[in-house]
Ligand binder design. Structure first.
Ligand code: ZN
Ligand code: ZN
Length: 269
């Protein structure tokens, strides 16, 4: 008897394998220079009080007061479509840029840097802007060291909490049971594109799209540490990017499968 949803459980993730390097603005990287047009204002933190309507979809309890200077963001990552066609680039765009506000932010689901995603058409960038210096009181743990990538692909299976309800039912796994089946492969923590969420330190949270209700999907994982597990590649273990999210965790970006420009969510696990 076919088990509904079982074939969809395997997802191929792209492990990034960040390694210290000197990337240019026209390359994919962590923490290097962004292909940012000089005639476009450098982005500021989206988490302000009162709230900025452009902020990501987390219920922020606090923010930078609008009557004080709002911090400039720092370049966290850049991904070109030529390198990572697996990312859901909206039509007319070929580069994804991720920026952090490198200060502590608090919401019920998030303690860490504020995040912006910018999907851009690289062909429209003429002169490239210089990144402003990081804010003086930035948390060093949120300002990455430049890294290049040596990607590989790895097949992943989800934790039980990410099984679709009909798959659980067909497998006879009782509702509310949280333990993975015996012998189920472990899902490790590393920087990647796609794949599944490890839910290592935190419980699975509600991940519906605020705009359309679709279930948001694990899209990018930025790990505090890289470990030599799972894929067979030789890995320089440790903290390549130098960033550290709560208790050496992973900053996961969840996007809407119906439209990646719908509000995204961040969960640090
Ligand atoms: Zn901020
Ligand atoms: Zn949506």
């Amino acid at each position: 008897m076919p088990i509904p949803g079982l074939n969809d459980l395997v997802r191929t993730a792209i492990r990034l394998h960040p390694a210290p390097g000197v990337p240019g603005p026209d390359e994919s990287h962590f923490g290097g220079p962004l292909l940012w047009p000089s005639d476009e204002p450098w982005p500021e933190c989206p988490v302000t009080w009162p709230p900025d309507p452009d902020a990501s979809d987390d219920a922020w309890t606090g923010g930078h007061p609008l009557d004080e200077p709002v911090p400039a963001m720092v370049a966290a990552a850049q991904f070109f479509r030529d390198d990572f066609p697996e990312l859901p680039f909206p039509e007319g765009t070929d580069v994804l840029q991720i920026l952090f506000c490198p200060m502590g932010h608090d919401s019920p689901h998030h303690q860490g840097p504020a995040v912006r995603l910018v999907w851009r058409d690289s062909g429209e960038v003429r002169d490239i802007a210089d990144e402003p210096p990081a804010p003086e009181n930035a948390e060093a743990a949120y300002v990455p060291d430049p890294c290049v990538f040596e990607p590989c692909s790895i097949d992943e299976l989800p934790r039980l909490c990410d099984f679709p309800a009909e798959t659980r039912a067909a497998l006879g796994i009782p509702e509310g049971s949280g333990d993975d089946p015996e012998g189920w492969p472990e899902l490790d923590q590393y920087s990647k594109i796609g794949g599944w969420t490890a839910w290592d330190a935190t419980d699975r949270h509600e991940l519906g799209c605020r705009e359309c209700g679709a279930e948001l999907r694990q899209t990018i994982a930025l790990a505090s540490e890289e470990h030599e597990v799972g894929c067979g590649c030789e890995v320089a273990e440790g903290e390549a990017a130098g960033w550290s999210f709560r208790r050496q965790g992973v900053l996961n970006v969840f996007t809407c499968p119906a439209d990646v420009t719908h509000p995204f969510k961040i969960r640090i696990d």
